[in-house]
Design a protein around this ligand. Structure first.
Ligand SMILES: [Zn+2]
Ligand SMILES: [Zn+2]
Length: 353
C-alpha cells in the first residue's frame, strides 16, 4: 500500500507548489528533531514529511506519484534544493538560503551600490561638487544586456532554477550541505545558448564610472545621499539599482560637527580669561567679533545662534558653540618681559596667601 503524501502534507490533491511549501514549512517547524529531542514519533513524522515534500515539491516526481502512487526510484536526480537544505535555512542557518528561498533568483542581488565620500568640515560648511568614482555593472554594448551573441533573450538556468548556486547534499539524516556557483550559468541564474563574447554572457560589464555630485552644505557624517538608477544594472535587463553615498568627515583641529551643532575650540590667554576681551571668530571665512565677559572659565560654553552649519534642507545657519580653552605658554616661548611680569605676578600671588 502506498503512502498518501498529500495527506501527510495536509493539502488537497490540486494544491499549488506554494501551498505545499507553506504547509510543509508549518509542520516542519513542529516536527523538526531540534525542537523535539529524543521524540521518536516526531522524528518519524519529520522523515515522512520530508519524504512527502521531496516528492510533491518536484513537478516531475509529483506527476509520477500522481500516476503511480509512489515516488520514482532515485535514478536521475538532479541538483535541486532538497527539503533538508530548506530546513537548514529555516532554522537560522546560512542567510544565503533565506535569500534564495524567499527572494528567488540571483538577478536581483546587489543592484544597489554604496560608496563613502569623505569631506572636510570646510566643504561641509560651504557645500561642494565632488567626483565619485566607483565600479558599476553597465549594460554590455555589444549584446544590449541580453548576454547573447545572437540577440535571443536568456532563459532561467535549468541547472540551478535561477538561483545561480548549486547545493550538494551529503546524505545523512541531518543536513550536510555545501554550496557552489552554478557551472552552467556561472552564477547569473540565467542561460543563453550562444554567449556574447564581450560580456561572457552576463549581459552587463563592470565599468569604472565617474559621477559629478553636488553635495549640499551642512550634510553631516553618517548621512546618506541617494542617486536613483545609478547602481548596478540587472542581469536580465532589469532596471538599475541606486547609488548610496555615505558621508564621512575628516577630523578638524578646532571644529567638530555633531547633531546639527558646530563646536569650535576658542583659545584664549590667561589675561583674556581674567579681564574678558573682544575676540575675532572665524567660521570658515565668516568672521565676526564676540565680547568675552570678565572672568571666563576654562571650557566655558558660549552658544551663538545662526553662526553654525547650514541646514542641508533650507540652508539656514544653525547653532555655534564656542568652548574656551585657556592656553598655558611654555616658559621658553615667552619674551623676557613676559617672563618678568609673570614672575612678578607669581610673587604677588604668593604674598597674598
Ligand atoms: Zn554582451
Ligand atoms: Zn545556473
Amino acid at each position: 500500500m502506498s503512502t498518501d503524501y498529500y495527506k501527510i502534507l495536509n493539502v488537497d490533491k490540486g494544491a499549488s507548489a506554494e501551498e505545499i511549501k507553506k504547509s510543509f514549512r508549518k509542520q516542519a517547524v513542529k516536527l523538526h528533531p531540534d525542537k523535539n529531542p529524543g521524540d521518536k514519533t516526531a522524528e518519524e513524522g519529520f522523515k515522512k514529511l520530508t519524504e512527502a515534500y521531496e516528492t510533491l515539491s518536484d513537478p516531475e516526481k509529483r506527476s509520477f506519484y500522481d500516476v503511480h502512487g509512489a515516488a520514482p526510484s532515485p535514478g536521475q536526480r538532479q541538483h535541486r534544493p532538497q527539503p533538508e537544505d530548506f530546513m537548514s535555512s529555516f532554522f537560522g542557518g546560512n542567510p544565503f538560503f533565506r535569500d534564495m528561498f524567499n527572494q528567488g533568483n540571483a538577478s536581483s542581488v546587489n543592484a544597489d551600490i554604496e560608496v563613502t565620500l569623505s569631506l572636510t568640515l570646510e566643504e561641509v560648511f560651504k557645500g561642494c561638487n565632488k567626483d565619485i568614482t566607483y565600479e558599476q555593472l553597465q549594460p554590455c554594448g555589444i549584446c544590449r544586456q541580453t548576454g547573447s551573441s545572437r540577440g535571443e533573450m536568456p532563459v532561467t538556468c535549468k541547472q540551478c532554477n535561477g538561483s545561480g548556486r548549486v547545493i550538494h547534499t551529503v546524505k545523512s539524516f541531518m543536513n550536510q550541505v555545501s554550496i557552489s556557483t552554478c557551472n552552467a550559468c556561472r552564477g547569473t541564474g540565467r542561460f543563453v545558448e550562444y554567449a556574447c563574447r564581450n560580456c561572457s554572457g552576463a549581459g552587463v560589464k563592470s565599468v569604472k564610472n565617474t559621477l559629478k555630485v553636488s553635495v549640499p552644505a551642512g550634510i553631516n557624517a553618517g548621512m546618506r545621499m541617494q542617486l536613483s538608477a545609478r547602481g548596478n544594472h540587472g542581469l536580465q535587463g532589469t532596471a538599475p539599482g541606486n547609488l548610496h553615498i555615505l558621508i564621512n568627515t575628516v577630523p578638524h583641529d578646532i571644529f567638530t560637527y555633531s547633531n546639527g551643532v558646530l563646536y569650535m575650540k576658542l583659545n584664549i590667554t590667561y589675561p583674556v580669561a581674567v579681564f574678558g576681551g573682544l575676540r575675532h571668530i572665524d567660521v570658515f571665512g565668516d568672521v565676526f567679533t564676540y565680547q568675552l565677559p570678565r572672568g571666563t572659565d576654562h571650557e566655558f560654553k558660549i552658544q551663538i545662534n545662526g553662526r553654525g552649519m547650514p541646514n542641508p534642507q533650507n540652508g539656514q545657519r544653525g547653532l555655534l558653540v564656542l568652548k574656551t580653552n585657556i592656553t598655558i605658554e611654555k616658559p621658553q616661548d615667552l619674551s623676557s618681559e613676559q617672563q618678568e611680569l609673570i614672575e612678578k605676578l607669581q610673587q604677588l600671588f604668593e604674598q597674598k596667601r
